[in-house]
Design a protein around this ligand. Structure first.
Ligand code: HEC
Length: 206
């Protein structure tokens, strides 16, 4: 007899607080950066399920002859961070941006012109925002993966990753000028960096 009120109470709680059970069972936000015990960043297995930002093709930071070994730079970011950028125009702490450098090919299947993406990934690069962990590096850390083994933090170098991203990335040290769904957001929310704005205004390459 005493069970009945208890069951009734449970039912009442479920009605009063709908979604409680679902919330408790939900997995943590996907795409949070994970590190091994040595502090190396782990390459996420599911990054292809993240939000797609762009595919740069045969990009080079120096002028020269056209590339012969074609590569696509596919850029991904977890959806929760993407949504936050769309609201604020800057990335939230723990944002994990990943570039997959994937080999391109021309003469595949029925394709006779232009390029398609192949199953071969040459390398990955990561850009992670963490104001505490990467305080000394300016709040963001860069990583390079030759394989799916964890990667160590790249040190700050005046000619390297940090300097180019800081000087030329359109918003929050990221290359939002090449991410077509985010450039209008950063423009509207006025979060484009002063360096990028003056580069654009002076007609210099951007
Ligand atoms: C000379 C400039 C330059 C240097 C140096 C550079 N990058 Fe980038 N990076 C870019 C550009 C341009 C993009 C946009 C790529 C695209 O549109 O496909 C980019 C994009 C990225 C992204 C995607 C997220 C973002 O921040 O926009 C990652 C991750 C990244 N770079 C990692 C690295 C790493 C790691 C290094 C150093 C080993 C590095 N980059 C060095 C110019 C640079």
């Amino acid at each position: 007899m005493k069970l009945i009120p208890a069951i009734a109470l449970c039912g009442l709680l479920a009605i009063l607080v709908p979604g409680v059970a679902v919330t408790l069972a939900a997995p943590p936000d996907p795409g949070m950066p994970q590190y091994d015990p040595n502090g190396k960043l782990i390459l996420p297995a599911d990054y292809r399920d993240w939000t797609f930002l762009t595919s740069g093709l045969d990009m080079s930071y120096e002028s020269g002859p056209p590339a012969t070994d074609h590569v696509f730079n596919n850029v991904f970011v977890p959806y929760w961070a993407y949504e936050s950028f769309r609201q604020k125009g800057v990335w939230p702490d723990q944002t994990f941006l990943l570039i997959e450098v994937r080999a391109g090919a021309g003469d595949v299947s029925i394709n006779k012109r232009g390029l398609v993406q192949t199953t071969k990934v040459n390398q990955w690069e990561a850009h992670v925002k963490d104001r505490v962990r990467f305080k000394a590096e300016g709040g963001w850390g860069f990583f390079h993966f030759d394989s799916n083994q964890p990667a160590k933090l790249i040190p700050v170098d005046p000619m390297g990753c940090y300097a180019c991203h800081l000087a030329h990335g359109a918003a929050d040290t990221t290359f939002v000028q090449f991410y077509p769904t985010l450039l209008p957001v950063a423009t509207r929310l006025k979060t484009l960096s002063p360096a990028y704005l003056s580069e654009t205004a002076s007609g210099a390459p951007h």
